[in-house]
Design a protein. Structure first.
Length: 621
């Protein structure tokens, strides 16, 4: 069959509306489509709706504006901006945090034949929850959602031709909920003073929004990759979106990124009904090199969906082959033991450029792993981690309470995140919960433990390319003596050297009480005999204990604590944090405030300074 518009280069002709060529993957998306787009970032009209009158008063058709703000941004920054221009009577704390955004846009030229293409509107991330109107018409997402509930994943709307005009009005309503069943992450708003204590919220319109032309029958930009490194088999999961049922051909081509040589080419005939469907296929990529922190080799996948006339639509992405597993007391990457030198990272309100500088600085610190704490990342940062060879440990941003409703939102958020980052070799570990947040009753409530165990089993079957942690820090679940977590982790917070040694010695011998804030294991008895990797997945935070930061003595203290860690048979350790008040990286510039290589196990150096009045010597084994 002749393919009528094949594309075999990585986004060579994807142009914004001004026609100027751009670098690869300019948009916050997991895979790339060879089409045109119109970026809708910039100035938007903005209105506070503190008494939630907008729906009743049909603000989707017409409403007054409090001013203009820049998209992307955050609700918190926009409220501060608008309040500065308000009369004193309108500055009271809002009853509800409901915001309306609106802008106009001219309909761009459609890319391709009109009988094949449609317009699609995509939000890189927004919420929570979000409702969208086009010229007064309420839209539903491709997943048939209204509203969209989620803060860390992209979502899209197909725009019916009958709704479109030469000049169009786009209206967005965001209800930044304070419901503990839904609110995700350890954050508090310093603007409207709702939430919990740890971090300033950064919510709402946090990523770009764009209009693009897509084919009626197409592959969505959501790909999953599971590799079997022993025989170089790669399992790809693709998602089809079909308006015209019929017979299609799925064609997958794999190219070497450097030479552009085709390494594999496989066809799969499919009979597809209208709607959305996921399909897994297997491709043999013989002689492919493996991805690792030392050699982050990636390949280019071109996936095409070809109809009975030969018309083709496609998506492209980069992927790598790697295998991660927990075997005995060690973590293995590509069948070789690897020690995890990690750091906790929470981007907060950092810009994309700042986050990219942070990631490069983390690599310079000597880390091979980043634990992304209670947040999602811009998809372009997952690409950067793939490129740099940084392993990623991601966490599902948890609600604040443990209820049936909170668990529903928790699972939905996990599935959304999985659909977008399943192709990245850098993502190796997932935490379902962290320090009981959203699962505060894990020790006493069998229903909560059962939910977490079911989710762990689901991840093992559906996503075997990841290691899964049930509840990072403490309160891991034991069922009949079997740990329902691939890793046994402990958060150890102390700045006392003697206590540090004592706790680490107790951990190594399997004493799991009074080593963290809570016992490490709940449920049935669990007897540790080094049958599972043990990781100190959070330590540091010395500034909270009056230690001087950003000084030679501070760096010496960190180095000493790290050296004591490496005297034990742990599988890894993770320092907290990368940025924030006691971080090792300047949040704006990305410059290190401590020596390079400080957190690399093989880079530890002898120390001659004193800590707490005691001489510090070289404690390397």
């Amino acid at each position: 069959m002749e393919t009528k518009h094949p594309m075999t280069r990585f986004t060579p002709n994807r142009l914004p509306a001004d026609g100027m060529p751009q670098a690869d993957n300019q948009l916050a998306e997991a895979a790339s489509l060879p089409n045109n787009y119109l970026l809708l970032d910039g100035e938007w009209r903005f209105t506070l709706d503190p008494y939630d009158r907008g729906l009743h008063d049909l603000w989707c058709i017409n409403h007054p504006s409090d001013g203009t703000v820049q998209w992307p941004g955050s609700i918190e920054a926009h409220i501060r901006h608008v309040r500065g221009n308000m009369s004193p009577g309108k500055k009271e704390r809002p009853v509800k945090v409901v915001i309306w955004y609106e802008r106009d846009f001219n309909l761009p030229t459609r890319n391709g034949a009109t009988d094949h293409s449609i317009f699609q509107l995509t939000f890189g991330a927004c919420g929570y929850p979000t409702r969208v109107w086009l010229n007064g018409h309420l839209l539903r997402t491709l997943e048939d959602e209204d509203p969209h509930c989620g803060s860390y994943a992209s979502f899209s709307y197909e725009l019916p031709d009958q709704y479109l005009r030469p000049l169009n009005r786009l209206t967005v309503r965001i209800a930044d909920v304070t419901d503990a069943d839904i609110r995700c992450g350890e954050q508090e708003s310093h603007v409207y003073k709702q939430g919990v204590k740890w971090y300033q919220t950064y919510t709402g319109v946090v990523q770009s929004v764009w209009l693009e032309t897509v084919d009626r029958n197409r592959l969505r930009s959501r790909l999953g990759v599971v590799s079997v490194v022993e025989d170089r088999l790669v399992r790809f999961s693709v998602t089809t979106r079909i308006h015209d049922p019929g017979h299609y051909l799925l064609r997958l081509q794999v190219f070497d990124v450097e030479s552009d040589q085709q390494l594999a080419n496989s066809d799969f005939p499919l009979r597809l009904e209208a709607g959305q469907k996921q399909q897994r296929v297997v491709v043999d990529v013989d002689h492919a090199r493996l991805w690792s922190p030392q050699s982050p080799t990636r390949y280019r996948l071109v996936a095409q969906l070809i109809d009975h006339t030969g018309y083709a639509t496609q998506v492209e992405t980069l992927f790598g082959l790697r295998k991660i597993e927990a075997r005995g007391r060690y973590v293995y990457l590509n069948n070789e033991p690897v020690y995890l030198d990690g750091i906790v990272y929470r981007p907060g309100g950092a810009t994309l450029d700042e986050m990219q500088r942070h990631m490069r600085a983390i690599k310079e610190l000597g880390c091979n792993l980043v634990r992304v704490h209670m947040a999602g990342l811009d998809p372009r940062l997952y690409n950067l981690a793939d490129e740099l060879g940084l392993l990623l440990w991601v966490e599902v941003p948890a609600p604040l309470v443990s209820t049936e409703l909170s668990r529903q939102h928790h699972k939905a958020e996990l599935l959304r995140m999985l659909s977008l980052i399943g192709s990245h070799p850098s993502v190796v570990i997932w935490s379902l919960y962290n320090e009981d947040q959203g699962a505060q009753d894990i020790a006493a409530n069998a229903q909560t433990r059962q939910y977490i165990m079911d989710l762990y089993h689901f991840m093992q079957l559906a996503h075997p390319q990841f290691l899964v942690v049930d509840n990072d820090g403490w309160h891991h679940i034991s069922y009949e003596g079997r740990l329902k977590s691939d890793l046994l982790t402990a958060h150890v917070h102390t700045s006392d050297p003697d206590q540090w040694r004592t706790i680490l010695n107790r951990l190594e011998t399997g004493e799991f009480v009074q080593v963290a804030n809570h016992p490490l294991v709940v449920g049935d008895p669990f007897f540790y005999r080094r049958q599972v990797p043990l990781i100190v997945s959070e330590w540091g935070g010395f500034v909270y204990n009056n230690w001087p930061t950003h000084s030679a003595s501070y760096a010496d203290q960190i180095r000493w604590f790290k050296q004591v860690l490496r005297q034990h048979t742990f599988a890894g350790d993770i320092y907290r944090p990368a940025i924030d008040s006691n971080g090792l990286i300047d949040p704006q510039t990305g410059a290190l405030t401590v020596p390079a290589g400080l957190l690399e196990s093989s880079g530890s150096q002898p120390i001659t300074s004193k800590i707490n009045g005691g001489e510090v010597s070289d404690l390397r084994r």
